[in-house]
Design a protein around this ligand. Structure first.
Ligand SMILES: [Zn+2]
Ligand SMILES: [Zn+2]
Length: 394
């Protein structure tokens, strides 16, 4: 089942394509709007979330694939021929249909939203937002695709799930305004902007992956009208990556503890994120803070020298991350765990610097000592020989 490697994750061959489009958006955006469409603090937080979301691949090679293949092996009802155009189109529709429901449940069930809120936690909307992915969502989303294993060969399914995710990258932009008749059928930047909005008319709308027809069919479609204000209804205004990933689980736990009855405690996790006792299943969005259209995204001022420092160290840890994935087959589990911890520590420390926390100097000093030690003992390889720590005196 080699073809299934990377199931539910974007293939690494997509990286140059992503980087090229993000740079293009940066340049075209600056020319069109006269100001940067990406900020360093928000953009790096999004890219960090994307990196973290792929870390489980290092230690657990696709337990979720095993489930798809297990269902295929044991419960196959009707084997669709892998080389038929019909199979290709049916799988395309099937994956997109399942994605609609994965996504809708991720918004309508609070414990699933705790994972998915990461993707919505940016107050900006650009291509880096597409990569702001959840660490934990992958542990539940695969369940929704299992019915396809009754008929669709795993190899065909694996191709389509990746195509579906790849498609959704380019729609995270404000630079493409309207695509005419394509807007009737496809999920486009215009439709997905609404999905990321916190305006009342945007909440719980436009769940589609490639096609928008599912939203039109199931009554969750909304057309873009008022200026969209992006992000969570209660913006988190944080750049600390572990907090961004996990804070909502803590919030839900505290919310449930405040209720006396078991029924209310359980409802906290399985009903909508805005649910409260006495309210409908999805809560009452009229209770949410009003959007005026004048909201300004959180973008703290910080020294240029710190921005350069964070930018350089982010590129260095990106290199380490790339090397870690390249060499995971020859590393011991302990070494992988150690390097994964180092990547997490680095991204956390850079987030602390962006937030200008008082403890950032101490944390960054500890991190730099660990970095030099890892370089000294060859656990880290420098992208440039000049940055290497000498290990011998000649
Ligand atoms: Zn969503
Ligand atoms: Zn999105």
């Amino acid at each position: 089942m080699k073809v299934l490697k990377g199931f539910s994750y974007l293939p690494k061959q997509a990286t140059p394509f992503f980087v090229g489009l993000m740079l293009l958006e940066l340049v075209v955006g600056a020319l069109m709007t006269g100001s940067p469409v990406v900020t360093l603090s928000d953009g790096l937080t999004s890219l960090s979330a994307g990196m973290i979301s792929r870390l489980p691949l290092l230690v657990m090679r696709g337990c979720e694939l095993s489930a798809y293949v297990y269902v295929w092996d044991h419960f196959l009802l009707w084997e669709l021929p892998w080389d038929s155009a019909w199979t290709w189109w049916l799988t395309f529709l099937g994956v997109d249909f399942c994605y609609y429901w994965v996504h809708r449940f991720a918004h309508e069930v609070a414990i699933l939203w705790a994972a998915h809120q990461v993707h919505h936690s940016s107050e900006y909307y650009n291509l880096t937002t597409a990569l702001r992915q959840s660490l934990t969502q992958q542990f539940t989303s695969w369940i929704f695709y299992l019915p396809m294993a009754l008929a669709v060969p795993p190899s065909i399914f694996a191709v389509h799930i990746q195509l579906n995710l790849l498609y959704q990258f380019w729609i995270h932009t404000e630079l493409i305004r309207d695509l005419g008749p394509l807007e009737w059928v496809f999920n486009t930047p215009k439709h997905h902007r609404v999905h990321h909005g916190r305006n009342l008319y945007c909440i719980d709308k436009n769940y589609g992956g490639i096609l928008i027809i599912w939203d039109r069919l199931f009554g969750t479609f909304a057309a873009e009208s008022d200026k969209v204000i992006y992000g969570l209804v209660f913006p988190i205004r944080k750049f600390e990556i572990i907090y961004v990933q996990l804070h909502y689980y803590v919030y839900l736990w505290k919310k449930s503890r405040a209720y006396k009855t078991i029924s209310n405690k359980v409802s906290t996790f399985i009903k909508g994120p805005s649910w409260k006792p006495g309210k409908p299943r999805l809560g009452d969005h009229v209770d949410n803070p009003k959007v005026t259209g004048n909201e300004v995204p959180h973008n703290p001022n910080w020294l240029l020298s710190f921005q350069v420092y964070v930018g350089v160290h982010f590129l260095l840890v990106l290199w380490t991350y790339h090397e870690l994935f390249e060499s995971k087959m020859v590393l011991s589990q302990l070494a992988i765990l150690g390097m994964t911890s180092y990547v997490l520590l680095t991204l956390t420390s850079l987030g602390f610097i962006i937030e200008q926390r008082p403890s950032s100097a101490f944390l960054e000093t500890v991190r730099c000592v660990i970095m030099v030690t890892l370089l000294r003992y060859n656990y880290l390889r420098s992208p440039m020989p000049l940055l290497s720590v000498p290990t011998e005196v000649s």
